[in-house]
Design a binder for this molecule. Structure first.
Ligand SMILES: Nc1nc2c(c(=O)[nH]1)N[C@H]1C(S)=C(S)[C@@H](COP(=O)(O)O)O[C@H]1N2
Ligand SMILES: [Mo]
Length: 353
């Protein structure tokens, strides 16, 4: 199997070419349960590494009883699992924070859903045998480069605590929507940690190391942490599971809609618990929408509402999701220094004619 370069679809908005960063346009978010691979948002910190499946090896080492070096074929021969999972960049919605925050300027489209197939992480860890002194699992990608404030070259690396890794249902994925994992999304192998902000889902995975101390690398402790100002103190917390959120995918911002019955559609998800309800406001009361498909903590659910709008002129549409753990989307998510987890209620203005 070769690395496939995907044809990027017109539904992608490219923010940067080097390294490639592109979000799914809001109209493209509409519709299917999954996002076609060519429209799936792309978030890269470094240049894309070009690995080939024939000499690929996944090394598993550190505090294990048996070190492993698994070929692509070894991995394909292990029992696999397939599921739908939504990936959302923790920076999705960053442009809606005020005051503005530097970093990739994501609107709402740094989120997509795919059907992933791969080997359960647990099966690989069981094969290696975890030593009792191990505390975390560290995942390393093949991509590397320099980050601000340092002259060293570093790899993209992230860790999970052993309890988090165990509970998460993570897989080492090699198939995305029935196709070999495209190069942009981590060919030949990537971690998928369902329900977590996608930074946890390390692409181009080449090394798994069991370590005895909390990992303190750049992408773990300098980035991907909420930093809130609380009075004179600073509060800090790592980005973990996705916050509850609904997006309106139809109608589009700025569109003209005829008076009468209008159809409002969107998606909603939460990494904490399945969605319980989504309510939509067109200017007066909140209306409960119809949720479509199966509730899941791992993947978004589509929703739809047909409602009457009689007055012509500008109208503001808002959608608010609540999950089964009782988390409700806030009117305004709390501003944080690096601009993560912005799940503020989205506002879409249309013109009724
Ligand atoms: N090796 C590697 N893995 C990575 C990244 C990266 O830059 N390098 N970016 C992470 C971030 S921040 C996100 S949001 C997701 C994006 O996955 P996608 O490009 O498949 O949408 O990959 C994660 N895994
Ligand atoms: Mo991200």
């Amino acid at each position: 199997m070769d690395a496939r370069t995907i044809k990027l679809d017109a539904g992608l908005v490219v923010h940067r070419a080097h390294p490639l960063n592109a979000e799914t346009s809001v109209p493209a978010l509409m519709g299917g349960v999954v996002m076609p691979n060519g429209r799936f948002y792309i978030r890269n910190h470094f240049q894309i590494p070009n690995l080939n499946a024939a000499d690929y090896r996944l090394a598993v080492g550190g505090l294990v009883r048996r070190k492993l070096s698994l070929s692509f074929r070894d991995l394909m021969q292990m029992p696999s699992q397939t599921f739908f999972a939504t990936l959302e960049c923790a920076g999705n919605g960053r442009t809606k924070f005020d005051p503005p925050i530097p970093g990739e300027q994501w609107a709402f489209g740094a989120v997509s859903t795919a059907e992933w197939t791969g080997v359960p992480l647990k099966a690989v860890l069981d094969r290696a045998g975890i030593e009792s002194s191990a505390r975390e699992v560290l995942f390393q990608g093949a991509d590397r480069g320099r980050v601000e404030g340092s002259s060293r070259t570093i790899p993209f690396e992230r860790s999970l605590r052993l309890d988090e890794a165990g509970d998460s249902g993570a897989i080492l994925a090699y198939v995305m929507n029935g196709e070999p994992l495209p190069i942009h999304h981590g060919f030949p192998l990537r971690l998928i940690v369902p329900s977590w902000y996608a930074v946890a889902s390390v692409k181009w995975l080449t090394d798994i190391e069991l370590i005895g101390q909390p990992f303190a690398g750049h992408f773990q402790t300098e980035k991907y942490c909420y930093e809130w100002q609380r009075g004179s103190e600073d509060a800090r917390e790592p980005v973990t599971r996705m916050q509850v959120r609904a997006l309106i995918t139809e109608p589009n911002q700025g569109s003209e809609i005829e008076r009468g019955d209008i159809t409002i559609r969107g998606v909603a998800w939460s990494g904490i618990a399945p969605i319980e309800r989504v309510e939509v406001n067109t200017g007066g009361a909140w209306h409960q929408v119809n949720l479509i498909g199966e509730p899941s903590r791992q993947a978004w659910q589509r929703w739809e509402l047909v409602t009457r709008v009689n007055a012509s002129g500008p109208a503001m549409l808002r959608a608010r999701a609540t999950d089964c753990a009782g988390r409700v989307q806030p009117e305004h998510a709390e501003w944080n220094r690096l601009g993560y987890g912005n799940n503020s209620v989205q506002e879409v203005t249309i013109r009724v004619i």
